[in-house]
Design a protein around this ligand. Structure first.
Ligand SMILES: [Cu+2]
Length: 122
């Protein structure tokens, strides 16, 4: 193997590692007002789709949840929660239900803390 080939191998490995290092996370929220029909789901999806870092949005009418898959290098759970306000909705992280009773809403910090904690578990 000559030097040129060795460099190409290194370049290929680096590219692979960079792609694998992408920080993809999911955020599950419930909304106020609640989703009642496909129109509500479409409204949420079509608005969230253009938010920076959003990869995928899945809505569940029965459970009243919106699951957002996002690139944590480009956005945060707190920013996504806030983005619901742009189209008249309020979002609450489902996992945050427990500490909602303690922490006042619209605090960005608890969401950030959980994000860091879950990153460590992964
Ligand atoms: Cu509806």
């Amino acid at each position: 193997m000559n030097l040129k080939h060795a460099l190409l191998v290194v370049l290929a490995l680096t590219t692979t590692l960079t792609l694998a290092a992408k920080d993809i996370k999911t955020l599950v929220v419930t909304t106020t007002p609640q989703m009642h029909c496909g129109g509500c789901e479409t409204k949420i999806k079509s608005n969230l789709r253009f938010e920076k870092g959003v990869k995928d949005i899945a809505t569940d009418l029965e459970r009243q949840t919106v699951t957002i898959t996002y690139d944590a290098d480009k956005t945060t759970a707190a920013a996504l929660v806030q983005s619901f306000g742009k189209f008249g909705y309020e979002a609450r992280p489902v996992a945050a239900e427990a500490d909602k009773a303690v922490a006042p809403k619209k605090e960005a910090k608890p969401a950030e803390g959980r994000k860091a904690a879950s990153a460590k578990r992964q």
